[in-house]
Design a protein. Structure first.
Length: 174
């Protein structure tokens, strides 16, 4: 299902959840530091980069695109979360120039604490990652060739998010 809004198209799954993708961006392969960005609606709060999926877009491709766009919307949604290792950072990017967003590296435990107060679901992404409740995503993901992970929880239920791993991250081997 799709809803057309000014400047965007929202997509929903068969159960009415908004389709979203997010990405845990790690500084290195040790995955001990994660990148958070300032919220566009609340600049003093940090968030995991993510946002809505476009029509016909695969979750992994959307996650990579959202890292570049770095925006976040609160709605009833089901989010696919991916990991990647950052190999290059740009001094300025579109949202930093246009709306003044910032980014910062956090130790994983600190990021979990920072997110817990205002984005507990984002904190849960990190907890799930470190507890090895991960669905491997498969091949390298890019904005155009995303790969859909399983949407079944370990107990057979359908989760509101799925944490996946992409090439360049060792979490799939844990």
């Amino acid at each position: 299902m799709m809803k057309f809004k000014p400047n965007q198209t929202r997509t929903y799954d068969g159960e009415g959840f908004k389709r979203r993708a997010a990405c845990l961006c790690f500084k290195n392969e040790k995955e001990d530091e994660v990148l958070l960005v300032s919220s566009s609606r609340h600049p003093d709060q940090w968030i995991v980069p993510g946002g809505g999926m476009e029509p016909e877009e695969e979750p992994c491709g959307a996650a990579v695109r959202e890292v570049y766009e770095e925006h976040n919307k609160e709605r009833k949604h089901r989010t696919y979360v991916f990991t990647l290792v950052v190999t290059e950072t740009l001094e300025d990017w579109e949202d930093s120039v246009n709306i003044g967003r910032t980014r910062k590296w956090f130790k994983v435990d600190e990021a979990t604490r920072v997110l817990q107060s205002h984005k507990p679901v984002h904190a849960e992404y990190l907890r799930r990652l470190t507890s090895t409740c991960i669905v491997p995503c498969g091949p390298v993901c890019s904005p155009t060739n995303g790969n859909t992970p399983s949407s079944q929880g370990t107990d057979g239920s359908t989760p509101h998010y799925v944490v996946c791993s992409t090439l360049g991250s060792d979490v799939a081997n844990r």
